[in-house]
Design a protein around this ligand. Structure first.
Ligand code: ANZ
Ligand code: ZN
Length: 872
């Protein structure tokens, strides 16, 4: 027996990566006639180094890409960099390095790391969103959106991060603090650029139903984010009319509770509140206090409900002579509905808190199913369930939906100031997308402000508006604002002195269309529409659940806006979406409370108990909970260390093997060692068996028997199952089947056999199938094995083997045998056995012979694969 050398992964991997690159195996042509398949992983932010989350994400995508390529698709699998954003500026401020240099250096490092993973990417399509060539086309898109009315400018209250000195989106404010700086967020009035995503609110919502290859969870999150609600606008007459207006309009989703109304509440920013504050110092003070507190949803939900009685009153629209007090309240948002509400304390939590605080009436009007109208009362909790209306005049006895409809119909018929008093309305929680950022490292918004002409778009011929390189970060704030020459320009229209817009775009804009740009990365327009339409939607998009809302929603909006402006012909960017779980690891804590990294400790195991010590000091270290890998917990493992030590295939295999891809995977040393053992085991099997096999191209025996047959069956069965597994992204199941197959083949290969034997030919077929099935997951090992099996061409260019379905059937069947209609025994025969053989086997049974009393049967009827009937 030959002794085989251990597989030297680090050496072999570099060699195969070079071979793939030289053969340009992963380069994709747009005019390739094969059917297109687009697989994409969310592109990385170039933070400095790749982490295990990247390894997991990109390994999954790569398995799909390699598999689909083998299945005959023209696969697009590109990579790029989400390269604008704050960290580059922070690095500039802290380390005096230019954001551009910092970013491109990081990209170079991370590109090399990704290449060391052996990903089957078309690197010729690579770009970074900070490349001038990319943001040039983004500026073109912006101008088209502007011309189409999809981009506009207005003043709005913004969340201002006083530390980062920038505007934050609502979702970047977490518990009232900036998501990055952690600073308490302030409210400011600023003129901002917006994209009109709300135009598509209904479409973005209803189209979710068609995204049947998206996780249900993500669709639900998007649905809630869009937040559609059906309600009624109701106008209340101010009585007596005042100089601040004659009526106040509210938006309600519960018009059925109108008879339980006990007050009106206005947002501090409501025009009536503002007008009233002019003559009421106390109110002015209250409004100012609300401003300081902010309006992020989180703040509003946790803050104490507070109000100020304006002294104004309105008339109840359904109860003549009933007046309700008008408050200004801190929990009413100006940006939602009409910025005013009626409060029904019996059936709404906030209203109840408010009523208890200010001594307002609590009148229940919906009676729970089993409650008694005479005794039912509201305590600390409002009643928000279903029931029948009572205390409600013409609504009494109606169900909640019936009552809603009845109130709507009644108020639609009434008029106030010459207009209907009520109007049904659909409302969305979704707001237009504020894209202005007061930052340097982003895509400049291509407009010029002229005192004479107003906002003037930069003519397309003058694009790109390039970021200046000579900037200083000595002061906080936007360096573009302080730039002496960049900012001052001639107005494109009147040629007079004007100034550039110094806001740059939210980096979510950059990531909202990169998938389209990959289809024609060098086009002189944002897209080549026909090419984009051929590739898109992305067949399989893979990324983290943290992008379930914003990135995906913005991309869905962008594709619609690009369609409206002629850049693309479809509505949805991603047909299939998969959100992978996280990579988690144990944490280690020293006695002084600091965390130790896995590399700094040694673990020993005694009697099933694991102990950790600090390698440097020998001190005991506590083994803590398993958490997402993070720098702060120091429980990270550097992919480069693993790749340098064990090889990329081991890292890839481990990432695929341990847990279902949607769940978290626990990174352990043992797990990695196990993956490493499998690599060597598969290599030994192939390398030791290969010299005993007949040459490449030897057909497997069609009618094999014994071990030769078992080997063929095992391989074809495994392959068929792995096809399904990969189609369903159930990579861990595919891994388990490959383990099994290696076991079966390793056992078979131990039997003595001649090179001309059926077993030898069957083993060749089975080992080739094994290697081809391994190839999407461990591509380097697969190439090494493929070559050891005598192939001159790369396995990466091989078509997927064809499963012989007949081998998937169970090979034997058990047939009952009847004599004159009574079951007398059974025979076990090959499924494809000839009728005569089945007949002979049945007649050979002792029981059958006995019941025929030694005579020959009159007739034998064989129903193939079912039954044998003997007539005596
Ligand atoms: C009266 C009422 C009675 C309400 C009741 C609820 C329960 P969604 O489903 O999110 O659309 N509301 C309306 N505009 C508001 C604003 N700008 N700021 C704060 N709250 C506002 O919620 C709609 C409900 O939220 C509306 O229905 C209104 O309160 C409140 F038993 O009107 B309701
Ligand atoms: Zn001008």
């Amino acid at each position: 027996m030959t002794t085989t050398e251990r597989y030297n992964a680090p050496e072999a991997e570099g060699r195969w990566q070079a071979a793939w690159a030289a053969a340009e195996v992963f380069r994709t042509e747009n005019d390739d006639p094969r059917p297109p398949y687009y697989v994409l992983e969310m592109f990385p932010y170039p933070s400095g180094r790749i982490h295990m989350g990247h390894v997991r994400n990109y390994t999954m995508g790569d398995v799909v890409a390699r598999y689909k390529r083998a299945r005959g698709f023209n696969v697009l699998h590109p990579m790029g960099w989400d390269a604008f954003g704050m960290p580059a500026e922070n690095a500039a401020m802290q380390n005096k390095v230019h954001p551009k240099a910092w970013t491109y250096d990081n990209i170079a490092t991370m590109r090399a790391q990704l290449k060391s993973m052996g990903l089957s990417l078309d690197w010729s399509r690579e770009f970074a969103t900070c490349d001038v060539a990319y943001y040039h086309r983004q500026q073109e898109l912006f101008l088209d959106f502007l011309a189409a009315g999809l981009a506009y400018r207005r003043t709005s209250k913004v969340n201002w991060d006083p530390v980062d000195q920038t505007v934050l989106a609502n979702e970047q404010v977490i518990d009232g603090r900036g998501w990055r700086s952690g600073a308490l967020v302030e409210q400011r009035e600023l003129t901002q650029w917006f994209l009109r995503i709300t135009d598509y609110a209904e479409d973005l919502l209803t189209a979710l139903d068609g995204l049947d290859r998206w996780p249900e969870k993500v669709r639900l999150m998007q649905k809630n984010w869009i937040g559609r609600s059906e309600g009624l606008r109701v106008r209340f007459a101010l009585t007596p009319p005042t100089n601040v207006g004659t009526s106040v309009e509210v938006f309600t989703t519960r018009p059925d509770t109108l008879f339980g109304a006990s007050f009106l509440a206005l947002s501090p920013d409501h025009p009536v509140a503002k007008a009233a504050a002019e003559t009421d110092g106390g109110l002015a003070e209250f409004v100012a206090e609300c401003r300081r507190m902010g309006t992020s949803v989180a703040v509003l939900e946790t803050a104490e409900k507070k109000g100020y009685d304006t002294g104004l009153t309105v008339e109840h629209p359904l109860i003549p002579g009933r007046r309700l007090p008008v408050y200004v309240a801190n929990f009413v948002l100006m940006e939602y509905g009409t910025g005013a509400i009626f409060g029904c304390p019996a059936h709404d939590q906030r209203d109840l808190e408010f009523a208890r605080k200010y001594g307002l009436p609590v009148i229940p009007v919906v009676l729970p199913p089993d409650a008694d109208a005479a005794t039912f009362a509201i305590g600390d909790e409002p009643y928000v369930g279903d029931g029948r209306l009572y205390n409600s005049d013409f609504l009494d006895g109606l169900s909640v939906p019936e009552a809603k409809d009845a109130v709507a119909r009644r108020l639609e018929g009434e008029t106030l100031d010459g207009a209907p008093q009520g109007a049904r309305q659909v409302n969305y929680r979704l707001r237009d997308w504020g894209i202005s950022r007061q930052r340097y490292w982003g895509c400049p918004i291509p407009v010029i402000h002229c005192a004479e002409c107003g906002v003037v778009p930069v003519p397309k011929a003058d694009l790109p508006v390039q970021l200046p390189d000579d900037i200083d970060f000595d002061k906080p704030g936007n360096p573009l604002d302080r730039h002496p020459t960049w900012r001052n320009v001639a107005c494109p229209q009147c040629k007079g002195p004007a100034r550039r817009e110094t806001d740059t775009m939210d980096t979510f804009v950059d990531s909202s269309w990169y998938f389209a740009r990959f289809t024609a990365p060098n086009a002189a327009t944002p897209t080549e529409p026909a090419v984009a339409d051929r590739w898109l939607p992305v067949d399989q998009y893979i990324g983290g659940i943290e992008h379930a809302i914003l990135h995906l929603l913005y991309s869905r909006f962008f594709v619609r806006a690009m369609k409206a402006t002629g850049h693309i012909g479809l509505d949805e960017p991603f047909a299939g979406l998969f959100t992978q779980g996280m990579v988690v690891h144990e944490t280690y804590k020293r006695a002084d409370g600091t965390f130790a990294s896995p590399a700094e400790i040694d673990i020993t195991e005694e009697g099933g108990e694991r102990r950790a010590v600090d390698r440097a000091t020998g001190q005991a270290v506590a083994i803590g909970s398993i958490e997402k890998m993070s720098k702060s917990k120091r429980n990270t493992v550097d992919p480069s260390d693993i790749i340098a030590g064990y090889g990329a295939d081991t890292a890839r295999w481990f990432m695929l093997s341990d847990s279902p891809p949607e769940r978290d995977v626990i990174w352990t040393e043992d797990g990695v060692a196990g993956a490493q053992r499998f690599v060597q085991r598969a290599w030994r099997l192939v390398a030791e068996t290969a010299p005993k096999l007949p040459p490449v191209g030897t057909a497997a025996p069609a009618a094999a028997e014994g071990t030769a047959f078992d080997v063929r069956k095992a391989a074809h069965k495994a392959l068929a199952a792995i096809e399904d597994d990969i189609e369903q992204l159930a990579f861990n199941r595919a891994v388990a089947r490959l383990h099994e197959l290696v076991n079966v083949l390793a056992r078979a290969a131990q039997e003595p056999f001649e090179v001309t034997s059926p077993l030898a030919a069957s083993l060749r077929e089975a080992l080739e199938m094994l290697v081809q099935a391994l190839a999407p997951m461990m591509p380097h090992l697969a190439e090494e094995c493929w070559s050891a099996l005598g192939h001159a061409r790369l396995v990466a260019t091989q078509g997927w083997p064809t499963v012989d379905r007949s081998l998937l059937l169970e090979d034997v069947v058990v047939l009952p045998v009847q004599v004159n209609g009574k079951r007398r025994g059974e025979v076990t025969v090959r499924r494809d056995a000839a009728t005569a053989d089945v007949e002979a086997a049945a007649l050979a049974l002792d029981e059958v012979r006995r019941h025929l009393d030694g005579r020959a049967p009159k007739k034998v009827i064989v129903v193939p694969q079912r039954i044998v009937n003997v007539v005596g």
